[in-house]
Design a protein around this ligand. Structure first.
Ligand code: GYE
Length: 311
């Protein structure tokens, strides 16, 4: 009877759910789109979404998670700025029986039961796709690469670096001559690229810039132009995200290769959460989103596709 099943488990309706989302910040165009999409996806389902901006600091994110626990939310989403140091606060969430989903970046913990699932792209593959493209494009020609890394300690920065390095390994014509963090922002990307250009014969020693995201490469393109060089020609570019501005740069001949990833990380997490709350269906530990390489010939089509994606 209804009474018996209610006693066994009261299914939580989406419309009654409140989810707390500890977001990294708004360091990149992709990040802002992810936040916008999360709001839309919550609205579609009638879920109340509370978003806390961590301003790129783990301590802020940890505080936000504690506050969500205190408020007794039904679930917590975290886009973890760095991959380590999460155990204590996740233990607290677990003790409070609040399920945790990770969005777009992974964490390193021994006890995997501290979170339900991580929604993320294969970030090693993303770096590899750019590296493979470069190997093919150069066809054996010598090339000095400078690398703009993402936030230090972020899983995506570690993985994209790894994937690119794997792709160029065994191709002695390609060398990474400089590598530094630009923190996933346009301004730091530009600043670090300026210092690379100065240190490398006003940029003439540089053949390609590999950036862990589009915003940094857009900053780098500006630095290349200011040095009197042609981005996309004198210095090739490869980056990851698929923000509208990268397709515009491609259309202008100033960017060469891009890996697109969806800003819809919250949607799959909401779906998994709804199933978990409905009948206890355990989500897969990793929910993978797609990553795909796009070249200038695809830029207009991809730019058009971005219109309803939170940008
Ligand atoms: O590529 C970058 C953002 O974690 C996948 O973080 C995300 C990355 C994204 O700042 O633009």
């Amino acid at each position: 009877s209804a009474m018996v099943s209610a006693a066994i488990s009261a299914p939580v309706l989406a419309a009654d759910m409140t989810v707390g989302f500890s977001q990294v910040g708004s360091e990149s165009g992709w990040r802002s789109a992810e936040t916008n999409v999360a709001k839309t996806e919550a609205q579609k389902r009638g879920i109340t979404l509370k978003i806390a901006d961590g301003q790129q600091k783990q301590e802020n994110q940890i505080k936000a998670v504690r506050s969500f626990i205190a408020q007794g939310v039904d679930a917590i989403f975290i886009a973890p700025v760095v991959q380590t140091g999460w155990e204590p606060v996740l233990e607290e969430a677990k003790d409070a029986k609040i399920p945790v989903f990770l969005l777009d970046r992974a964490i390193v913990v021994n006890d995997k039961s501290l979170y339900e699932s991580v929604v993320t792209a294969d970030n090693v593959l993303e770096g590899k796709l750019i590296g493979d493209w470069l190997v093919k494009t150069l066809a054996g020609k010598q090339c000095n690469v400078v690398e703009l890394q993402g936030t230090v300690g972020a899983s995506v920065a570690i993985d994209r670096k790894k994937g690119f390095a794997e792709a160029i390994a065994g191709h002695p014509n390609i060398k990474i001559i400089r590598s530094q963090s630009g923190d996933f922002t346009r301004s730091k990307g530009k600043e670090v690229m300026e210092s690379f250009i100065k240190a490398e014969n006003n940029g003439k020693n540089i053949c390609m810039v590999f950036a862990h995201n589009d915003d940094m490469v857009i900053g780098a393109i500006q630095a290349i132009k200011e040095a009197g060089l042609k981005p996309g020609k004198d210095i090739l570019t490869g980056s990851i995200d698929g923000v509208p501005d990268i397709y515009k740069a491609m259309l202008a001949g100033e960017a060469n290769a891009n890996v697109e990833l969806t800003p819809n990380m919250a949607g799959p997490a909401f779906d998994a959460l709804e199933k978990l709350k409905k009948d206890g269906t355990q989500p897969p530990k990793i929910i993978r989103t797609q990553s795909k390489l796009f070249l200038p010939a695809d830029a207009q089509t991809e730019l058009d596709k971005k219109k309803n994606m939170g940008y």
